[in-house]
Ligand binder design. Sequence first.
Ligand SMILES: Cc1cc2nc3c(=O)[nH]c(=O)nc-3n(C[C@H](O)[C@H](O)[C@H](O)COP(=O)(O)O)c2cc1C
Length: 219
Amino acid sequence: MSNRKPKPLAQAIRERRATPSFDGAPMPAVDLKQIIEAGLAAPSGYNMQPWRFIVVQSAEQKKRLRAASYNQPKVEEASAVIVACGDADGWRRDLDEMIRLGREGGMPEGYAHQAQVAVPNYLSNFSGDEMKAWLNKMVMIAVTHMMLTAEVMGYDTAPMEGFEQDKVHEVLRLPLSYSVVALLGIGHLKGPDKFQSERFNMARTVFAEEYGKPIRFSE
Ligand SMILES: Cc1cc2nc3c(=O)[nH]c(=O)nc-3n(C[C@H](O)[C@H](O)[C@H](O)COP(=O)(O)O)c2cc1C
């Protein structure tokens, strides 16, 4: 844990910034494993876990990935870049394993039978765009788990959508069924942090009971 005391989650959320520049120092494998395990613990529809992560740490591969990411320097500077992908075909191979693991954990037989039918029904009817939207939902929850876990552990993080799908595919030799959802750079901040990005007032984005009604929190 980089000799740092873990931060409380609320503090990590408050202090997290999209890191503009990393110092590039390698990070301990044990820390990286802990961060990845947090991602794998994320919830997903029917527990189908359609995420796939490519962890890039070598100097050569980070350089190639940077070239596929509009030359963003932080891709090369980060200690590790987790390339978060979704696999549109994963469920075809993973459904039996999901059910097997579920049974080990006490999944009722009725649920297992229902999932065996419902998952293929649901997912095989998706259009390409619907599948991408479904994958994005699931993968981003896992990315968020990893990002916040890294922050709790004292790391700095940078989520990125600035990359070219085809180029990242080529650099990482991804299967055709994969789509790249986001990159997550992890490391330690180098130099000054980015300007403070303030959030909108709650009145702009949160409503009570129906659209347009302001939410009030009475004491
Ligand atoms: C999914 C996602 C993709 C992003 N992509 C990039 C990116 O490619 N390059 C970049 O510099 N920042 C990127 N950002 C960072 C945002 O610009 C940043 O989160 C936002 O301005 C708010 O700042 P803060 O995270 O420091 O609070 C991305 C953020 C998210 C959540």
